[in-house]
Design a protein around this ligand. Structure first.
Ligand SMILES: Nc1nc2c(ncn2[C@@H]2O[C@H](COP(=O)(O)OP(=O)(O)OP(=O)(O)O)[C@@H](O)[C@H]2O)c(=O)[nH]1
Length: 513
């Protein structure tokens, strides 16, 4: 079919616009034109959007500037293949950093291909930061891990170009923002769940003061944002709760068993009693019958004898049964009284619990009280008071290698050595999982540091034996002397910082804070 000249098609298009009463917009004109011409016109060149891109792509280095000029020319000429070359040029800037010389700040215009590269030290710092971040993210988020690993790999190449690093960092941090949002949501949902569990424990144990007290403490701990220390606290308390619940359940099962036994004996006795009274009834009826028929004293005498014997046997049986039953009742009452006493005792001791059940050292509550008491005394008497915070070194390894129970035993060993080595007036409290606080009255900072170092030396000579294996337990510690205007919490925070420094400086050492 012969092609119609464009002027013809244009005329026809205008006519059709009028005939079809279409608004004369460029889109309607284009669509009608295509219809009449019988083909689709090529899409217009996107000059506007491309000029927008032109304004934002980097053009600092001479190489970038050169490519920018080429980009502008390609847009002006509507030249797709020139544009393609420019894009390939940009990609190469990032792909071959070794061909690009360092230029920071950018060198004056020149013919060589130059790009700004990241100083190696900075690149390494960023790489490490990304590396440290990755384990904290959800391992199921494959994309963020992949982007992170690519970024780390790229940053560890010699002289990574800033522009590529910037792009990769932007991609990674975009993805990271979702991942961290997810993490925050997971944490708060977990906290809510924990909170619900604790609420449930509290509701179930409303009549047990100790349990509901512990459950309240757990609820308070989970009402705040999470920190490792708080989690440790929650874990320890939960351990206590589980222990107490298991113990209480065991006692209940035992009591139930005893009650069942008593009831079984009781039923046996009742059955025996009704059996013997049934026999008695029969005997008496038979005797009454014989008596009715008897006409002589001779005939009556054996009947009377039988009645007497049956009555005596019945009375004896009743006495025995009565004796046994009152014995049973007494034993039941004693059991009940003992259980009530045990429960009261347990509640009383638990309510006042100041000690950690594992190591026998003070618990947080006991420690707080002791610190306040010693602080008041030190202020009254004008004597120095030191707080030392010690954390067992590499304790996770002990747990992982020897098991949690042996880990527990190691903590008990440490507490025993502390009690043996330190002065009687020094007090030991368990602050968290493998963290302990020592309250050292009448002790200046140098003396406190000296005392803790002595403890370290002694601990290294008293091995924690595991069969034939000698397990060496060491710790890092920070020591703070409480200042005049300071609270014990503030001093403890300083000691914590000292301990942290001791860990950072290689562990098994004591730092004054
Ligand atoms: N067996 C036992 N382990 C506990 C107890 N409380 C805390 N832990 C464990 O102690 C370990 C502490 O590990 P980290 O905080 O990594 O410390 P670490 O291994 O001592 O390392 P550093 O402190 O850096 O020397 C964790 O594995 C806890 O599970 C406890 O009561 N018994």
């Amino acid at each position: 079919m012969a092609q119609r000249p464009p002027s013809d098609i244009a005329r026809e298009t205008l006519k059709q616009l009028a005939v079809r009463r279409l608004p004369p917009t460029p889109e309607n004109y284009q669509a009608l034109y295509d219809e009449i011409a019988g083909h689709r016109s090529p899409a217009p060149f996107p000059e506007g959007p491309l000029r927008h891109i032109l304004r934002i792509i980097p053009g600092q280095t001479p190489a970038q500037k050169r490519l920018l000029d080429q980009f502008e020319a390609a847009v002006a000429l509507h030249d797709w293949s020139a544009l393609q070359n420019v894009l390939v040029g940009y990609a190469k800037l990032g792909l071959h950093p070794q061909e690009i010389s360092v230029a920071e700040p950018p060198a004056p215009a020149g013919p060589t291909t130059l790009a700004v590269v990241l100083p190696n030290e900075l690149a390494e710092q960023i790489a490490r930061m990304v590396e440290y971040t990755l384990p904290a993210l959800d391992s199921e988020d494959v994309r963020v891990h992949m982007l992170g690993e690519q970024l780390v790999q790229f940053l560890r190449q010699p002289q990574p170009p800033v522009s590529t690093a910037q792009l990769m960092l932007a991609n990674f941090s975009y993805r990271l923002s979702f991942a961290t949002e997810d993490q925050a949501a997971i944490r708060s949902t977990l906290l809510e769940l924990l909170h619900m569990v604790f609420e449930n424990i509290a509701a179930l144990s409303a009549d047990d003061q100790w349990l509901s007290g512990q459950a309240e403490a757990l609820m308070a701990a989970t009402a705040q944002t999470l920190s490792l220390r708080r989690l440790d606290d929650v874990r320890l308390r939960l351990k206590d709760v589980i222990f107490k619940q298991t113990e209480a359940k065991g006692r209940m099962v035992e009591a139930q068993e005893q009650m069942k036994e008593l009831l079984a004996i009781f039923i046996d006795r009742l059955a025996a009693l009704s059996r013997s009274s049934g026999n008695y009834q029969e005997q008496i009826e038979r005797c009454a019958d014989l008596l009715g028929k008897a006409t002589t004293l001779h005939q009556i005498t054996p009947v009377l004898k039988e009645v007497m014997a049956a009555t005596r046997a019945m009375a004896l049986d009743s006495r025995v049964a009565h004796g046994e039953l009152s014995d049973l009742r007494q034993r039941t009452e004693e059991k009940q009284a003992e259980m009530a006493r045990l429960q009261q005792e347990l509640d009383r001791v638990s309510a006042q619990a100041r000690h950690d059940p594992l190591t026998g050292s003070l618990n947080r509550k006991g420690l707080d009280e002791v610190m306040e008491r010693e602080l008041a005394r030190a202020r009254r008497q004008g004597t120095p008071l030191c707080l030392a915070l010690l954390d067992v070194d590499n304790f996770k390894q002990i747990n992982d290698r020897l098991g949690h129970d042996i880990g527990d035993a190691a903590l008990v060993h440490l507490a025993d050595v502390v009690r043996e080595i330190m002065r009687p007036q020094d007090m030991l409290g368990r602050y968290g999982g493998e963290e302990f606080v020592l309250v050292l009255p009448d002790t200046s900072l140098p003396q406190g540091v000296e005392a803790m170092q002595r403890l370290q030396r002694e601990l290294s000579t008293r091995f924690f034996m595991q069969g034939p294996e000698k397990v060496l337990i060491t710790f890092s510690a920070g020591v703070a002397e409480i200042e005049l205007d300071e609270t014990s919490t503030e001093a403890l925070r300083r000691a914590d910082q000292g301990m942290y420094l001791a860990k950072r400086s290689g562990k098994n050492r004591v730092m004054a804070a």
